[in-house]
Design a protein around this ligand. Structure first.
Ligand code: 5GP
Ligand code: MG
Length: 187
């Protein structure tokens, strides 16, 4: 295990198993939808890159991918009460399409609720959201598909970063507390 990690919260095998079962659920629901309109998947970059890559290979249906960016975090703490900045949303292409938002973590819920509103306002036929992790901090934010419910801890790995690092860790892990205060070793 990487020296900066203190514990594995969800190991790679459990992630792989859950991603496959999520995809089965998604395929069943989305197959019906694609009969009435195109499907556009919006992965929220960069945290959802690994999740998206694994999920989509278990989804044998027609869809386009339009990555979007959302900025709200600086290190492990949220920028309180500031709206999330969304970039890369092509509202024109969402009109008349079914939209699936794919994100890594549902924390305060601001990213998902803002993106959902933007897609609805753009005239999407339907909007659904799929997150790998949901923290107990966001009990009221609607989200149709959830991989794992987790406690309110800052996690890295499987695409999730701390200051741009640790995205390549194959498991979902917790950092040693010193790393969050002193910065990553060797960085
Ligand atoms: P929300 O808008 O729901 O507060 O924030 C969601 C975003 O915050 C996620 O897409 C993710 O980028 C970031 N985030 C929230 N919790 C964590 C965490 O524990 N670890 C990492 N690496 N990012 C997180
Ligand atoms: Mg994110």
């Amino acid at each position: 295990m990487h020296d900066d990690l203190s514990a594995i919260l969800i190991d790679r095998d459990s992630i792989a198993e859950r991603v496959e079962s999520l995809a089965t659920e998604l395929e069943r629901d989305l197959r019906v939808k694609v009969e009435s309109g195109d499907l556009i998947v919006l992965p929220v970059m960069t945290g959802s890159v690994v999740f998206m890559a694994d999920l989509m290979r278990h989804l044998p249906i027609r869809f386009r991918i339009e990555p979007v960016r959302a900025r709200s975090y600086v290190g492990p703490t949220t920028v309180a009460n500031q709206p999330v900045q969304l970039e890369g949303v092509d509202e024109e292409s969402l009109r008349g399409s079914h939209v699936l938002i794919v994100d890594d973590v549902l924390d305060s819920g601001r990213t998902l609720s803002q993106l959902r509103s933007v897609a609805e306002a753009a005239g999407a036929l339907s909007v659904a959201a799929c997150v790998l992790l949901r923290k107990e901090t966001a009990p009221d934010t609607p989200c149709e598909y959830v991989g794992f419910d987790i406690p309110d801890e800052f996690v890295v790995g499987y695409g999730l970063d701390y200051n741009g690092l640790y995205r390549n860790v194959p498991d979902i892990a917790v950092l040693r507390p010193e790393v969050l205060t002193e910065g990553p070793a060797g960085a």
